[in-house]
Structures are given as structure tokens and as C-alpha cells.
Design a protein around this ligand. Structure first.
Ligand SMILES: Cc1cc2nc3c(=O)[nH]c(=O)nc-3n(C[C@H](O)[C@H](O)[C@H](O)COP(=O)(O)OP(=O)(O)OC[C@H]3O[C@@H](n4cnc5c(N)ncnc54)[C@H](O)[C@@H]3O)c2cc1C
Length: 365
């Protein structure tokens, strides 16, 4: 295909979409209003699983499973190509004192996932730094986390090395250009950029851009704050989650604790209240963190969507315009499958999974 495709937004979704498309189409241009990979995709925790996978619809599960299987090879490929290791770190995940343990176990059996109830003493043996008083645990082996700031850095480096990809940073898209009854490019601060196909992957900002066409896309910013500790490399052997808060160990001993869920528009300011609340959760989960210094505290804007089901596919009534956005709390885990499915749809290949649940058709106001 000799097409030129413009991708609006260079988070993990836009970057991986561009990476996949580059192998199939003539030219790919990625426009980002800031630096690529510096918004939600940088701010997230990077757990390669939905936080409570059994609470999601089969549509989210299908993308998550495909992606989870694919992540190790994606990490290896990016590391080999760019020298930047996204550090796909398989640690497993313990959920503690869940209210819906039975549902979780039933889901795991149905979906054939390696999640099972474990004796609480086994959880304490495996994670000796776990706080006192937890009564129940379930454990899923094989769950990884990805060091998402490095993932996006590595994707950027991979794209910069491709002759048919252009990254245009600090290039805000303000609207779409129509020609002969179809979308034929985007309007930017630097002028019009022509394209055969335009992909909207602008994360939490996607709804605003679609609004310029009179369409209502129910994607809204949902603020999330995280804090970071630095501990010994072997401090925390596994990810742990209780009462909606989780701790994620990176390979070098950094421990991320998240997260808040706030509806505050596009405000990304970290707050003292959230810091205190996250620190209290961290100490309840892992009491030794009481003496550890918080070395980072930030906020990001998740692209919130109904039920967290992303929009992947063509925009009805606007030929040439496509969506890949609205991944809410799971954009890092869902990225590989979403971007492969998207590429299949745009290039007319056999889709990796049934695209129907993600189709924008019928889901826009
Ligand atoms: C605290 C927190 C914890 C999280 N933890 C996890 C986790 O553990 N696992 C997981 O899977 N997911 C997690 N997520 C969610 C995940 O980070 C997001 O779903 C994902 O990063 C969304 O990627 P994206 O590319 O759609 O959006 P973004 O990364 O936000 O990228 C959108 C890009 O579009 C650009 N843009 C916007 N408007 C324009 C415009 N008009 N013109 C040009 N460019 C534009 C922006 O500058 C930005 O770079 C977390 C998120 C947060 C905030």
C-alpha cells in the first residue's frame, strides 16, 4: 500500500499503531502536541493485566489475553532494535482480601488463566515484607509489568530509525480537512498535513478533536496519581494489590504505588492529599516503606471510556478517519492487540480478533 497515514497523538497507542503501519503503508506521520510518550503512557504503572480482569467484559479480556502473550516478544524486539529495554518484568500478582474472590476464581477457570486461591501463609512466605492482618489471597502467576517510560522511549527510537516514518512533536492538531467527501488530512499549527487516512489516537483529548466534526465520543480525562519509592532490588518479589491500591516492583528496586481515580478535567497537578493517601496505602501494604523516601509523585490523564472498551475502527460517515483510543485504565496492557487489530482493519487484513465490540459505529453520539 502506498498510502500516507497521519497518526494524531503519540502515546503508546499512536506510537505502536505507527510502528505496525510502517511495515504496511507508504508513509506514516505522527503528530503530537507535546513530546511523544509523555502523557498517560508515561504516567501509568505498566501492569500487563487489567487490575481486576474478571470485572471486565469479554471485549477487554480478548485484547488483554492477546497482548499478554505478545508482550515478551515485543519487549525483546524493541530492545534488540533500539538498545532500550522496556523491561517486561514477570513477577506474578497477589490480590489480598478481595470481596469478589469467587467471581475471580470462576473467571479464571472459564478463561483458563493461572489464577488460584493460595493460603495466606503462602502469600506471606512469598512476600515477607507484606503488612500484617491480611486474611485471604489469590495469585496469578505470569503477570508482568512493563517499564512504560522505557517502552515509549524505545518505540520512539524504533520509529526514528524507520525511513518512512516522520515524528512531528510540538505539532498540535486542531481539526480535520475534508476533500471530495472524505477526510483528507489534518489542520495543525504549522499548516495542513495531507493524508489518505487519519488515525485519532489522542488519548484523553480524542473527544475534543472529534467534537470539531459534531460527533460525541464519550472519552474523558480521568486523573491518576502515583508515587515512587527506591528500595533494594529484591525488596518486593511480586506485585501486590489490596483495597484498590497496588505496589509494582521494577527490576532495579523502584516500587510504584498507585493510584487515585479523579474527575478533575485536564488538571494534572499532583496534590498533597493524594500523596498522603497513597503513602498510607503503601505503608499498610508494605510497612517497611514507612522509612523509605518518596522519590517521585506525578499524575496522568487516562482516556476514560464506558466500561473501558476502546474505540478501534473507522468513523462512520467520515471516510478516511479512524479511531484507536479510549483505553482507560488498560492502555498499556491492551496496546499490542489494539494496534494489531487496528492495522489489520486499516490494511484490509484478516483481523486477529472479532473487531465488532470496538467498532465506533453505533457508539458515537
Ligand atoms: C496513574 C495511572 C496508572 C496506570 N496504570 C496502568 C497500568 O498499570 N496498566 C495499563 O495497562 N494501563 C495503565 N494506565 C492507563 C494507560 O496509561 C493509558 O490507558 C494509556 O497510556 C493510553 O495511551 P494513549 O496513547 O491512548 O494516551 P496518551 O499516552 O495520553 O497519549 C495521547 C497523546 O496524544 C497527544 N495529543 C492530544 N491531543 C493532541 C492534539 N490535538 N494534537 C496532537 N497530539 C495530541 C498527547 O500529547 C499525548 O502524547 C494508567 C494510567 C494512569 C494515569
Amino acid at each position: 500500500m502506498s498510502k500516507q497515514v497521519v497518526v494524531v497523538g503519540g502515546g503508546v497507542i499512536g506510537l505502536l499503531t505507527a510502528f505496525n503501519l510502517a511495515a504496511k503503508v507508504g508513509q506514516v506521520v505522527v503528530c503530537d502536541q507535546g513530546e511523544v510518550g509523555r502523557e498517560s503512557s508515561w504516567a501509568g504503572g505498566g501492569i500487563v493485566s487489567p487490575l481486576y480482569p474478571w470485572r471486565y467484559s469479554p471485549a477487554v479480556t480478548a485484547l488483554a489475553h492477546w497482548s499478554q502473550d505478545f508482550y515478551p516478544q515485543l519487549g525483546e524486539r524493541l530492545f534488540a532494535t533500539t538498545g532500550i529495554d522496556p523491561e517486561v518484568h514477570t513477577t506474578g500478582l497477589y490480590w489480598l482480601d478481595l470481596d469478589d474472590e469467587a467471581e475471580a476464581l470462576a473467571w479464571a477457570e472459564r478463561e483458563r488463566r493461572p489464577l488460584s486461591a493460595v493460603d495466606i501463609s503462602a502469600a506471606y512466605d512469598a512476600v515477607p515484607v507484606l503488612g500484617p492482618g491480611f486474611k485471604h489471597a489469590i495469585y496469578m502467576a505470569g503477570v508482568a509489568n512493563v517499564r512504560n517510560p522505557r517502552l515509549v522511549k524505545s518505540l520512539k527510537a524504533a520509529l526514528l530509525a524507520l525511513p518512512n516514518v516522520t515524528l512531528r512533536e510540538h505539532c498540535q492538531v486542531s481539526g480535520f480537512v475534508h476533500e471530495n467527501g472524505r477526510v483528507a488530512g489534518v489542520r495543525t499549527a504549522d499548516g495542513v498535513l495531507k493524508a489518505d487516512e487519519v488515525v485519532l489516537s489522542a488519548g484523553a483529548w480524542s473527544g475534543d478533536l472529534l467534537h470539531t466534526l459534531g460527533l460525541e465520543l464519550p472519552v474523558e480525562p480521568v486523573k491518576g496519581q502515583m508515587i515512587l519509592f527506591k528500595c533494594a532490588e529484591d525488596f518486593l518479589p511480586s506485585m501486590v494489590l489490596a483495597k484498590g491500591r497496588y505496589a509494582i516492583p521494577r527490576r532495579d528496586g523502584h516500587i510504584l504505588v498507585g493510584s487515585t481515580l479523579e474527575h478533575a478535567g485536564y488538571d494534572k497537578t499532583p496534590t498533597e492529599d493524594a500523596l498522603a493517601s497513597l503513602r498510607a496505602s503503601a505503608i499498610e501494604l508494605l510497612p517497611e516503606l514507612k522509612d523509605a523516601t518518596v522519590v517521585g509523585h506525578w499524575a496522568g490523564l487516562r482516556p476514560g471510556s464506558p466500561e473501558g472498551i476502546p474505540y478501534i475502527g473507522p468513523v462512520p460517515g467520515h471516510d478516511g478517519l479512524w479511531l484507536n483510543c479510549g483505553h482507560y485504565r488498560n492502555g498499556l496492557v491492551l496496546a499490542p492487540a489494539s494496534c494489531q487489530l487496528f492495522t489489520d482493519l486499516l490494511t484490509g487484513a484478516e483481523p486477529i480478533i472479532d473487531p465488532a465490540p470496538y467498532a465506533p459505529d453505533g457508539r458515537l453520539g
